[in-house]
Design a protein around this ligand. Sequence first.
Ligand SMILES: Cc1ncc(COP(=O)(O)O)c(C=O)c1O
Length: 435
Amino acid sequence: MDLYAKRAFLIDTENAFKISSHIATLESQGHRVVKLNIGEPDFNIPEVVKEEIKKQLDDHNTHYCDPKGLLTLREAISQQIYKTRKLSVSPEQIVVFPGAKPGIGFSEQVYCDPGDEVIYPSPSFPIFESFIRYLGAKPVPAHLSEENDFKLTAEALSALITPKTKMIFLNSPSNPTGNVANQFELETIAKVILNQCHPNVRVYSDEIYERIIFDQQSHYSIASFPGMEKRTIISSGFSKSYAWTGGRIGYAIFPSIEEANVVKNLNINYFSCISPYNQEAAKVALTHPDAERSVVNMVQTFQTRRDFVYEKLREIPNLRCIKPKGTFYIFPNIQQICENLGIMAAFQGLDPIAQSLTSPTSLFQLFALYHHHVAILDRRSFGKVGSENQHYFRIAFTANEAMLAEGISRLSHAFHDTLGFQKFMREQQSLVSSK
Ligand SMILES: Cc1ncc(COP(=O)(O)O)c(C=O)c1O
């Protein structure tokens, strides 16, 4: 009798968290690691939000509450959606989750049967892909190309839609590329969906980075285009905009109250409800002008860092990268560097099983971490299906400029450290073939 169900090994993971155990090992050995791996703003939550959490705790607001989310918070979200997207949604269409993450898997569970196809951008947030096989559905990655600024085009999407398509994931501003879709691009994507998809196909528009956009550009939601509101789930949350990753509050707006209620039942089954003291504070985050000022200041800082990191990376020979328009990520191409360092040859020399568990940039990621003590994330961390021969990694500029300069300097040394890489391959075989 097997200990585990087969399904337990069909779900994937998020390496931004998984790599933490490697970092902890190095830190326990006394190394100082420059951590540019996790998508977590290095800011404090706005003061008014913190004060509200404390006040709520003093008022003993610590009990079970509505599994859909506090009505006061859902009303504030509904007003915010009207202000930002000109959509009138009932608070009853909104479900609050512990972060923006659970809405992804819950929606896939609620809408997809085995055999259904799920289209998602690749590279993108790994959880879109992670759940698909777990549910017996079929992953259909829409590969984004650097030549096209990592944009999802209407033509590429159109070619992937079949009668079996059940869900389509979109993510703008995009993790890990920093691309931001403009109004025209979303409009053409909307037309394709309206023309080619059955009305029951759902678009999951992950808009968690909606506030982190540079150069005075605006955020657009596909839900705002005529006909799309009834097909789109809008997802967002408080982790990124308010630097509140530990608060675990996110939400999704469903096309109908009925759909929201079906998802609410998953909340009841999994965690019952979200801490009410945090939800009251999330309402303050959405509505208080001081919280808004904190967001604006943080985004300004991210834009300054974006410019700094982009210029520094451009000085590195053989590295190419696109200037992000939003988020706090940059996604350079290091194909030539991998060739020069002997990584491609080392990868080719691995046995087929080891090759299937890694990639040239995965080897570089481990080498950079273990030999140069800088943590970044490889291409495979953002969707594995069909990611072969794509040689990118993600830097999160969620650290101050001094730390970013140190991290990039360490990466530059790693890019030239041929002997170090050979030593790494000789001595750390167990790491190379670990999943
Ligand atoms: C695109 C995207 N969606 C969702 C999430 C999850 O956010 P949360 O921490 O609120 O669950 C992330 C986090 O990195 C993300 O990048």
